[in-house]
Design a binder for this molecule. Sequence first.
Ligand SMILES: *Cc1c(COP(=O)(O)O)cnc(C)c1O
Length: 426
Amino acid sequence: MNSRLLFETDPEIFDAIFKETSRQHTNLELIASENFCSEAVLAALGSVLTNKYAEGYPKKRYYGGCRYVDLAEELAIQRAKEIFGCDHVNVQPHSGTQANIAAYLTLANPGDTIMGLSLTHGGHLSHGHPINFSGRYFKVIHYTLNPDTEMLDYDLIRKLALEHKPRVIVSGASAYPRIIHFDKFQEICDEVGAAQLADIAHIAGLVAAGLHPSPVPYADIVTTTTHKTLRGPRGAIIMCKAKYAEELDKTVFPGTQGGPLEHCIAAKAVAFKEALTPQFKEYQQQTVKNARALAEALTKRGFRLCSGGTDNHLMLVDLRSKKITGRDAERLLGKVNITVNRNTIPFDPEKPFIASGIRLGTPALTTRGMKETEMEKIAELIDRTIAAGENETELEKIKAEVREMVEAFPLYAERRNEYQSIAKEG
Ligand SMILES: *Cc1c(COP(=O)(O)O)cnc(C)c1O
């Protein structure tokens, strides 16, 4: 009913949504930060909660009529606490970057020194990149990975921290395939008098399922997106120790945001309910198994993986041995409907726009039900695509094989059928 109305009101937007839904189904999605949320999450996102102004927090709002959005926000809070075991959580941040803005401003003042992993070594823009607010408002010291192991080097981080005495040390990354030892970060923070901001945007689902050590017992503040491994709607949450609760809430609203997106908050609550089920734990376990299977299959085919492999849901593939850049690999794989993103590798000789690597993640394909067998097949397809280069006949053949794979793991089938019939009826 809603889709038909959308079609009648705005056929152009209907068309964009229809095509995007088909694209998600027909492509092998290996972008490590993406996932496919459930129909239940989508239903909450598309609800009338979007209409409600609710500045403030449950039972302390600046608007009338908030009793039902309060119910939704309280459920989101309660469930997030149950998943992560944190003292306090704010579920209002619109995105991971907004969450980090509020986290920094809770722990530090503009002009203070912060320390984070360099973007080109797997950090995030919001960890102090000069073109980001974090690099403009704060003095930034970046730590890098160990050149031999391509892993975090806690001695190096400690040395830098002792030298620069940052107010905040950011732990967490966007393209790091190994376990992050938040306890070791905390030891360093304690030694130099810094606060730890753990950004678990990528690994939150693994942390929720107990497959990656949690920073919650250590870090002063923990931020995460809700749309990556956590498989919820686009958005974020911030967890903190009790002593920061009041200051953090004030920094989110009115400090850095206005009215909360209550439809997104309700959708976060739905995703959190899903995350508390045994099926979610199995899903995360399979995501990690799939990453390991894909990593091993690629290694067998002569690809070098940064740090030698993966402990989590993603891997960084160094393409130099295959004589292709990240940018060209991304383009070729796109031609056969395999979606990846180019990524710098540690100490990359190429500029980020070109990059020597690609980042691959298994959360999205695992949601579709794919397992180790499919990962081996995907490694083969990636290898053949890169070997094919501009050989269009071979690329067409590979694309047909991708097509066959995705048809065996349908995505949003009901939705696509509904759009299809509406478009056909016209
Ligand atoms: C994805 C990510 C973010 C930012 O999330 P947005 O919602 O895109 O702003 C922040 N930190 C890390 C480590 C991330 O991977």
